[in-house]
Ligand binder design. Structure first.
Ligand SMILES: [Zn+2]
Length: 173
């Protein structure tokens, strides 16, 4: 949701391959300026599948965190599921583990939390954690939007979502 899919639809293996999706960094910064705390919860099964090392992933994330901070969108927490789908862990979305951990660490109530994602797994994880969700049309978002069975707030990108949150009208489509 924050970065562009790498060209071969695989994993971001190197820090220099991390590319922000348009609107993502601006959106984080706008939310941060509004005093909203930001956590990222991400499935990274490339590690569990043995396609990349934990050190490689850490390097990619270090770049992401540094660029977010440099752009005014400092992240409070980064929660990662490194497991393969077969591992049956409690953290890989659509399981709610990462979202529950983010809330526990930040001390923010489910009722004051919003999960933003582009994938049906994000939206399902939010529902399982008892948290409201919104969809962005970047990344897989347009595809996901066509598959949503229940109404959900949808925004073109994170910057548009941030505008709505700041204006106090998240229900706007
Ligand atoms: Zn996991």
């Amino acid at each position: 949701m924050l970065n562009c899919e790498p060209p071969d639809a695989g994993y971001v293996m190197q820090p220099e391959d991390f590319r922000w999706i348009p609107g993502a960094l601006d959106g984080l910064a706008a939310l941060r300026r509004a005093g909203i705390r930001l956590s990222v919860a991400t499935n990274q099964s490339g590690v569990g599948r043995g396609l990349m090392g934990q050190g490689q992933l850490d390097a990619v994330h270090a770049r992401m965190l540094a660029e977010a901070a440099a752009g005014g969108g400092t992240l409070d927490a980064l929660l990662v599921c490194p497991h393969s789908p077969e591992a049956g862990c409690a953290c890989r979305k659509p399981a709610p583990g990462l979202i529950e951990t983010a809330m526990a660490q930040s001390g923010i109530l489910a009722s004051e939390t919003l999960v933003v994602g582009d994938d049906g797994r994000d939206i399902e994880a939010a529902a399982r954690a008892g948290v409201a969700a919104a969809l962005v049309r970047t990344g897989k978002g347009r595809q996901t939007e066509t598959r949503m069975r229940r109404p959900i707030p949808v925004f073109d990108d994170l910057a548009a979502l941030a505008q709505a949150v700041v204006a106090g009208k998240l229900e706007a489509r």
